[in-house]
Design a protein around this ligand. Sequence first.
Ligand code: UDP
Length: 406
Amino acid sequence: MRVALVSEHASPLAVVGAVDAGGQNVHVDALAGALARQGHDVTVHTRRDDPAQAEQVRTDAGYRVLHVPAGPAAPLPKDALWPLMPAFADALTVQLATLRTDVVHGHFWMSAWAADRAADALDLPRVVTFHALGTVKRRHQGTDDTSPPERVAVEFAVARAADRVVATCSDEVRELGRMGLAADRTTVVPCGVDATRFTPEQDATPVPARTRRHRVVTVGRPVPRKGFAVVVEALAGLPDTELLVVGGAGGRGPEPELDRLHQLADRTGVADRLHCVGQVPRAAMPALLRSADAVVCAPWYEPFGLVPLEAMACGVPVVAAAVGGMLDSVVEGVTGLLVPPRDPAALSVALGRLLADPDRRARMGAAGRQRVLERYTWPTVAGATADVYTAVLDRRPRAARPYRRG
Ligand code: UDP
């Protein structure tokens, strides 16, 4: 099949770890690569945000990236992109027609809107993965939510127009149901992890030297909803334990959330045990996760959460807030522990017990690795995604099945 993945702000070529580049970038890159390895012709369409970018880039992973001109060729916050989407959709339509795309898969609500418009013009089947829902964001972030006011209505409209909504976890199916979307319009296909790179085997990649008996690692874009402050607060109850916070702009621009964490650590007396290590390249991430006794994921909410999968693939137990995708990926008492969100005391108790029990940590780490191999490798996830594409194409009238050409 000729597959188009549309990801307006999250380029698979971006450096991840800063405020607007995280799991979606990793997901789109890995999904595109895995689909290409399964024999599909895959193009990722993403907004041109740098004048030096070539219009077309061939990646080593076997797919192409087409930069879509829409607005200034400069980085913009993702919440500023909505007014540019009509221009994005028009340019996308031309690209899809030129490539003779069979199926278009929009990632995030704005891409899904643009994909929908292009697919209407070209009579193509469309699939959508939201990655995050406006209703959930608004519930948790209230007036701090800077999404355009149209987001929730547009999300519902594109979900209804899609041939299929790919939800990444069962909690998202429930959330889509709350919005009014029938469960039979959705298929759950989780995100994946590269289990050949994220492995329990040590390698020579250098990691920061340990300064305390126990090491806890937490990873993500430095935004309040990732819950790093919850982990810093929990640290006060965990003697002889250091916390590594991974993620950041890598020196490009201010880091208000990391500044806030340092202030909190000063107030709670844990400043000498908090290490904000900043942005870490993809290649160095497995070694860093492996260096942890436990990886903590304590977001207020989490549409899916790649970091728990990455830790599990490395054989490291995960202590996670019982929200979103982690309700599916982390099995309580087996691959890790689930704790209530935004509850530093509960997190501290759960972590303290786990850190005190190395045998249990080893058992959980091994069970996490096993679970990843059974459910979350990219070949499995890409295969399930391709099955969705095949199903939506097969439901179209015979004359409109271009992928059966020849
Ligand atoms: N990540 C990274 N370097 C960093 C910080 C994060 O490579 O410095 C990666 C992390 O390993 C994961 C992704 O960014 O693959 C974050 O995805 P997740 O789903 O956990 O969070 P999101 O960013 O989607 O909210």
